[in-house]
Design a protein around this ligand. Structure first.
Ligand SMILES: [Zn+2]
Length: 87
């Protein structure tokens, strides 16, 4: 009788432990997912901020593309030649 009770309680404890472990893993997975989502959002915002790809080497102003850099050179640095698009 006592032995049987002991066996049962041990089984219960074991199943409880595994349930706890599963719950913990689930919570951890959710946390990791949330972190991953946050990181993805952050990188999207960063990518948007980095959308200005061309930087004037003279005054370091940021421009959206090479055409704007050429315009910028024409108005701000008319004596300088804008760098080539490939470079
Ligand atoms: Zn400039």
């Amino acid at each position: 009788m006592t032995l049987r009770q002991f066996d049962r309680s041990e089984e219960e404890v074991r199943s409880e432990e595994s349930a706890m472990t599963r719950g913990k893993q689930k919570i951890e997975a959710q946390r990791k997912n949330a972190e991953r989502n946050q990181k993805a959002k952050g990188s999207q915002i960063e990518a948007r901020a980095v959308g200005l790809k061309v930087i004037c080497p003279i005054c370091k102003v940021q421009l959206a593309n090479h055409n704007q850099l050429v315009d910028h050179y024409g108005s701000k640095h008319p004596k300088e030649n804008p760098p080539s698009e490939s470079g």
